[in-house]
Write a protein that binds this ligand. Sequence first.
Ligand code: HEC
Length: 302
Amino acid sequence: MDEPSLRGLIQRILLSVFVVALFAGSGGFYLLLRDRAMRQAEQEARILLGSAIAIRDYTNGHVVPLLTQLPAGSFHEESVPSYAAQTIFRSVTGMASAYTYREPALNPTSLNDSATPFDVDLIRRFRDDRALSEISGVYDTGTQKLFYLARPINIADAQCLACHSEPARAPAAMLAKYGRDHGFGWTLGETIGVQLLTVPMTQELSGTLELVGLLAGGLLLIFVICYFALTFSLETMVVRPLRLLTRAADAASHARGGDLPMPTTGVGEFHQLADAIERMRVSMTKALAALNHGKGEGDAAP
Ligand code: HEC
């Protein structure tokens, strides 16, 4: 097996550090930014859902009481909380399409409020788990990603049943407009639909990817610079001087090499080593000379 060269060793260490740093750094950064984008979207969705609820409350508290002054049996959809909230938010959606507010129901009064398969799934989850008060997440429409926040609509007030229990109890004008086939038969305590609010996420998520790309690019640049700086200084300060010293030491072991160049660059330790090798060469030369001299005298003796 080949022993790794110093240069190869450094290359391998740098490369492994780089790969680990790139994956851990970019991955961690991505998760952090994604989490932040999610929290921001959630905050935005919560504020907007709060305003939808405020519109509902306003209609209930301020508009419905006025109806009592109108002739009995008259009906204006403007007095329906769901109508007010959804109509106002349709204007918001008109300005920015990813911001939507809907009140889909399994058995809706207005067919505009029919539940999509996605809505049905949400409503079923709320119906199955009465303790569940909220569901949120990211929804991919195919063209964009939306953050959604959903809350159940429970029939908590018997007043709702005036228009949603049996057609016979509902105002005639309402039946004329919405028909008598749907939006009835709701019962007290039942979860009949959801409040569903969406805010855009596509931009936030692609912004996150852009930032992660920038970070990865920055890391790559730093590592390329480190790689060249380290291999260059390693070559001039360690590898080359070491090669000269090896040659000098090899020559010295044969008591030769007085004319071999000694490294002039390199870390301080090499200068001490060069001195030591020079001393060794000198002693070795002297010792060998003495030995040869002794041998010559011995040979000359009778
Ligand atoms: C005066 C009659 C009336 C009353 C009272 C009433 N609603 Fe409605 N509701 C309607 C009408 C009409 C619509 C359809 C509005 C539209 O065109 O968007 C509707 C729509 C809804 C919707 C949207 C889904 C759908 O069916 O189209 C929900 C949810 C809803 N009502 C819940 C309630 C709740 C909860 C109460 C009690 C707090 C209540 N309603 C009281 C008439 C009424």
